[in-house]
Design a protein around this ligand. Structure first.
Ligand SMILES: *Cc1c(COP(=O)(O)O)cnc(C)c1O
Length: 460
């Protein structure tokens, strides 16, 4: 098919929304390491997990073998309200860059929560409802996940309690109000409402909070209140499973126009959008059917893949959550306060960590002023104001497209545009006022986090 015949937007019809999620663990030779009980150092059993997570989600979390999971009809129906999401050919950006590269992006910001997180929020809320639970608790950092979960809970009539990292609670009042409009209760974290919150506040008065700390609070409330479970918007295997809808749709749309990407690029916080976007492509790669370059992009101020250690670590600051084997900066790591661009989790999905460890994907870290420059360029040609997180992927896609310009190669690039930046205007304001800076942690900064990694028998 000639280039002129490829439209700006490659849509699937509603009836082409995938009806199964793809579990890329099924095709992994080296499976991701199991979560461990921090008390015993033994793999977490389904029974232990069921106190924290819904039963159906525990099954998904532990299943390394089933390749496809049926998406319940109720979830497919919900997806139809905002999916399929568009796959866009970035003609304008290509022209601006003067690159022979062909750039496509999959845009997940077309819903009120403004990001891909709704894809998993509706699934997790659905299984909670089906189990007859009263409600769910969670943490939110920048606020996208909390917003997505509030929307899903409002739709299904579930109670929703969100612990929001204090700095975001203060800097993003509008996000908070969207969540409250959808009926969620939003508490700045650390709070005095939980044992772990009181402990953290006593040790670090004046702390502006962290995701790891908000997770500890949300988990504590879930396990101490009957009828409540905890839900998490990233990192977990089940979340990557739900997010596979992104990659499955992208692949179906590209297949329609007969295009195979040479490289697939996504930003990486906890790894859910990237894991979802690459899922079907990585499946082909692992089965030896097709080769793709896969690139994770993370902030230089929170460089889990590129400078972290592949080790068992806590997922939370309070050290009450299970241990996950992942690329981590240590559960006590908190990015510098001048880091405005999201993606601030200290660890990474165990699935992506294993794939990276096995050389199946690459990772790179980018500095935030360069990320916002890429965001500005993208906004001015493609029209969409991108989320700072998504702009990490834009930055890498632009860099790759510029390399093609040097070499004259007509590579096809697919990247994930995970969301919109409407609620990130404090960060954009800093950038526009020339007040944005880059803070790259020193080796000494990181050493403190590594020193606090838990000792797990049989691991080094
Ligand atoms: C949460 C979020 C991310 C990062 O989370 P992952 O789990 O790594 O995908 C990226 N972009 C947006 C817009 C987000 O809301």
């Amino acid at each position: 098919m000639s280039q002129q015949n490829i439209p700006y937007k490659i849509y699937l019809s509603e009836n082409e929304i995938p009806t199964k999620w793809y579990n890329l663990r099924a095709d992994m030779k080296n499976k991701p390491a199991p979560l461990l009980n921090p008390g015993t150092g033994q793999p977490l059993t389904a029974e232990e997990m069921s106190g924290i997570f819904c039963e159906e989600l525990v099954k998904q979390e532990l299943d390394n073998d089933t390749a496809f999971f049926d998406i319940p009809q109720e979830i497919v129906d919900f997806y139809k309200m905002y999916r399929p999401s568009p796959l866009v050919r970035a003609y304008c950006l290509e022209e601006k860059l003067g690159t022979p590269a062909k750039i496509y992006y999959k845009f997940e910001g077309n819903n009120t929560s403004g990001s891909h997180k709704l894809n998993s929020a509706i699934a997790q809320a659905y299984y909670a409802k089906k189990q007859g639970l009263k409600g769910v608790t969670t943490e939110t950092g920048a606020g996208q996940w909390g917003t997505a979960l509030s929307m899903a809970c409002a739709y299904l009539g579930l109670d929703c309690k969100v612990y929001m990292v204090k700095v975001s609670y203060e800097q993003k009042p509008f996000r908070r109000e969207v969540m409250r409009t959808y009926g969620a209760s939003v508490v700045p974290s650390p709070s005095m409402e939980t044992e772990v919150g009181r402990k953290i506040l006593a040790a670090h008065p004046g702390t502006t909070g962290s995701l790891g700390c908000a997770i500890s609070e949300a988990v504590e409330v879930a396990v101490t209140h009957p009828g409540y479970r905890y839900v998490l918007g990233s990192v977990l295997n089940q979340v990557l499973l739900h997010q596979s809808i992104i990659g499955l749709e992208a692949k179906a749309a590209l297949d329609k126009i007969g295009v195979k990407p040479d490289m697939i690029i996504g930003c990486a916080g906890g790894g859910s959008n990237l894991g979802g976007l690459i899922a079907p492509f990585m499946g082909e790669k692992m089965r030896g059917e097709q080769d793709y370059r896969i690139i994770a992009v993370e902030p230089a101020s929170c460089p889990s893949f590129t400078r972290g250690k592949f080790a068992y670590d806590f997922c939370d600051t309070g050290m009450i959550c299970p241990l996950a084997k992942m690329y981590t900066l240590g559960s006590g790591f908190i990015p510098s306060p001048n880091h405005a661009g999201g993606l601030r989790f200290h660890g990474m999905s165990t699935i992506l960590s294993q794939l990276y460890h096995d050389g199946l994907m690459e990772a790179r870290a980018v500095e935030q002023t360069a990320v916002f420059e890429a965001a500005e360029l993208f906004a001015r040609c493609e029209g969409i104001l991108p989320a700072p997180e998504s702009s990490h992927a834009i930055k890498a896609a632009i860099d790759e497209a510029m390399l093609c310009k040097e070499t004259g190669e007509e590579k096809t690039i697919l990247f994930g545009l995970t969301g919109t930046g409407y609620f990130d205007l404090v960060a954009y304001q800093k950038f526009n006022d020339g007040e944005m800076s880059d803070y790259i942690p020193t080796d000494e900064d990181l050493a403190a986090g590594f020193a606090a990694l838990p000792k797990v028998p049989g691991q080094d």
